[in-house]
Write a protein that binds this ligand. Structure first.
Ligand SMILES: O=C(O)[C@H](O)COP(=O)(O)O
Length: 207
């Protein structure tokens, strides 16, 4: 039987995650903790006996480095890897580089939660989750999903909101339920899909 394996993982903790800064398309690296999270993710996937035929990641260092660390741990350092900006984190626009707590103190917790977790309200000068879906989902359907459906084992290392955009579709979430979805750094989500592209199973590989 064709295995339709799709593993999604958010990057490990970044330097701006640690500083509680809005990051978006800015390009900080991983912290030592983030590096360890990525290695733990790789060890977890290896312990499940999982290997991959292709990997996808964004144009941002934190995701690319996470992917490299995972592939090193599972013994596939030379795996075909496709980098594309369409998997980038949501662009936080004018909030990029600002401290999240200071921004909440200035504009209110509710407004910051709306900017971070609502479906269709963008941060100033940035992308809403809806905007992020509009670039992630076509890329998934046109480029990633066909390879999963023909039996290639696919690994995606990306970002909290670009993955929320994809998981919204995979898990059939809507604009009322997506705000409560949070993704931990460096924790792989192991999906297996049915022949009709729906989700057959989902496993969260807690560190
Ligand atoms: O881009 C960022 O600031 C973080 O990676 C994700 O931010 P969020 O969890 O506040 O959306």
């Amino acid at each position: 039987m064709t295995e339709r394996l799709l593993v999604l993982t958010r990057h490990g903790e970044s330097e701006w995650n640690l500083k509680n800064l809005f990051t978006g398309w800015k390009d900080p690296g991983l912290t030592p903790k983030g590096i360890e999270e990525a290695k733990t993710a790789g060890r977890g996937l290896k312990a499940l006996g999982l290997g991959f035929d292709v990997a996808f990641t964004s144009a941002l260092t934190r995701a690319q480095h996470t992917l490299k660390l995972i592939l090193d741990e599972i013994g596939q350092p030379g795996l075909e890897t496709i980098r594309d900006f369409r998997l980038n984190e949501r662009d936080y626009g004018d909030l990029s580089g600002l401290n999240k707590a200071e921004t909440a103190a200035k504009y209110g917790d509710e407004q910051v939660h709306i900017w971070r977790r609502s479906y269709d309200v963008p941060p100033p000068g940035g992308e809403s989750l809806k905007d992020t879906v509009a670039r992630v989902l076509p890329y998934y359907v046109e480029t990633i999903l066909p390879r999963v459906m023909r039996g290639e084992r696919v690994l995606v290392a990306a970002h909290g909101n670009s993955l929320r955009a994809l998981i919204m579709v995979l898990d059939h979430l809507d604009d009322k339920t997506i705000p409560s979805l949070e993704l931990k750094t460096g924790v792989p989500l192991v999906y297996r899909l049915n022949a009709d592209t729906t989700v057959a199973s989902k496993q969260v590989l807690e560190g």
